[in-house]
Design a protein around this ligand. Structure first.
Ligand code: HEM
Length: 406
């Protein structure tokens, strides 16, 4: 693969050491045959057939988007949906009738959505924005490249050829979820989640046509759950590990905003965990068997960290700082799979500076106890968030019509 050094390949394939925060111990393929045992009684639906989510995709969106692609309607649809941005905005005139009917249904909040919890979540996202953007952006990004099916899907789909745009597009949903008005009428979370559901349906149709693609139809329900756990489940575990003070209501509300988002992304209610305990149990069941190294994941990680470095700090510090931050966030196991270099200077500094910064921000320690390095990190994280906020404003989520150009 272009741009992939032999050393990086070796790093990614070797040194599968200690367990990371997510309990990942051995390569995905070694565990891929394990059965699905997570009970639907732990889901927001409270019951379900218990079907193995590896073999369930999106039965409403998939045939519809396949048909739009086959009919050649997608460019027209993308143009019409370009200015559809607000949760309360009527759909534009001229959409194909089957798509209009689908979106009108898909944009409805589930009956179990709780507007009070969504308001609490919005406040929580605001007050913890810096941590959450770092965890969901950089941390989640590093975890996603260590999910072989996701890394390969991203690499061989259209967006794989332009990762800066791809990250900017993905961050649109991330920022929408974290916005104060996420699910209010003037917010955009419903719109971006429904658009993403359409994008995923397109990828399921397009990727199997790629000569580079091997394996089953991508983005199964299990695949989506795996990615979902790299977002809220992972973030909550890290916040707890960093001892960020949170009320029970905050934790529940943060789970809730992601439950609603999962529903809007087309994850079935019978798979969406109802509680943090159920989420952790599901994560432990499915993450280990879906994580491991791939050459594509290593290359994507390298690109992502290169971009992060460019956006954040002075050139002399940038890449080692970003490597160390990424390793700190992802844990050694995942960092090794991703081929992230160990940084002898920044590595140990970050492990002490970051927790100190968090404690200072939470009013738990006084300023003199915060090491200098913490402010470099603080600044880097802010620049990173700002960069993708700005980039996200320049682009929109659109349904792809092609795979990655050869
Ligand atoms: C696109 C979020 C799960 C593969 C997107 C986009 C967002 C997003 C916001 C639109 C950005 C864009 O068009 O580039 C999510 C979330 C997920 C999830 C929140 C789970 C909770 C997955 C999974 C896979 C996947 C499990 C693969 C196994 C892709 C691909 C595209 C995409 C390949 C882009 C298609 C292209 O570049 O043309 N996703 N995703 N996603 N997603 Fe996901």
């Amino acid at each position: 693969m272009a741009g992939l050094s032999r050393r990086k390949m070796l790093v990614s394939g070797g040194a599968l050491g200690a367990l990371g925060a997510l309990g990942v111990a051995a390569p995905a393929h070694a565990r891929s045959l394990l059965a699905w045992t997570w009970a639907p009684s732990g889901s927001v639906a409270g019951s379900g057939a218990g079907a193995d989510p590896r073999w369930v995709w999106d039965e409403e969106a998939d045939p519809l988007v396949a048909s739009l692609l086959d009919r050649g309607d997608v460019p027209m649809v993308n143009a019409l949906l370009w200015n559809w941005t607000r949760n309360d905005q009527p759909l534009p005139a001229g959409l194909p009738e089957d798509l209009r009917a689908f979106i009108e249904k898909a944009r409805q909040l589930p009956s179990w959505a709780d507007s009070k919890k969504l308001e609490v979540a919005a406040e929580f996202n605001k007050s913890r924005g810096l941590y959450l953007n770092l965890l969901n952006g950089v941390g989640g990004g590093m975890l996603s490249t260590a999910i072989p099916k996701e890394a390969r899907s991203v690499y061989y789909s259209k967006g794989g050829a332009d990762m800066e745009d791809r990250v900017a597009k993905t961050s649109i949903l991330g920022f929408a979820v974290g916005a104060l008005n996420a699910y209010r009428p003037g917010g955009s979370c419903i719109v971006e989640a429904v658009k993403t559901r359409l994008v995923h349906a397109a990828v399921r149709h397009l990727l199997p046509q790629s000569p580079q693609w091997t394996g089953d139809v991508p983005i199964s329900q299990e695949d989506m759950l795996v990615t979902w756990h790299t977002l809220p489940t992972y973030a909550m575990r890290e916040l707890l590990a960093w001892k960020v003070p949170m009320s029970g209501a905050d934790r529940e509300a943060y789970l809730h905003v992601w439950q609603v988002t999962a529903h809007l992304l087309g994850i079935r209610d019978e798979y969406i965990p109802a509680t943090w305990a159920a989420a952790n149990a599901q994560s432990e069941e499915i993450l280990p068997r879906n994580m491991g190294p791939t050459p594509e994941g290593v290359e994507l990680t390298d690109i992502l960290l290169g971009q992060l470095a460019e956006q954040t700090s002075p050139a002399s510090l940038s890449r080692p700082l970003c490597n160390a931050l990424a390793r700190y966030l992802a844990g050694d196991q995942v960092a090794d799979w991703d081929g992230i270099e160990r940084e002898p200077v920044w590595g140990p500094l970050i492990s002490t500076a970051w927790p100190a910064l968090v404690k200072f921000r939470e009013g738990l320690i006084p300023l003199p106890l915060v090491p200098e390095a913490a402010w470099v990190l603080d600044e880097a994280v802010r620049k990173y968030i700002l960069f993708y906020l700005t980039k996200g404003q320049e682009t929109k989520i659109e349904i792809p019509t092609i795979n990655r150009p050869q």
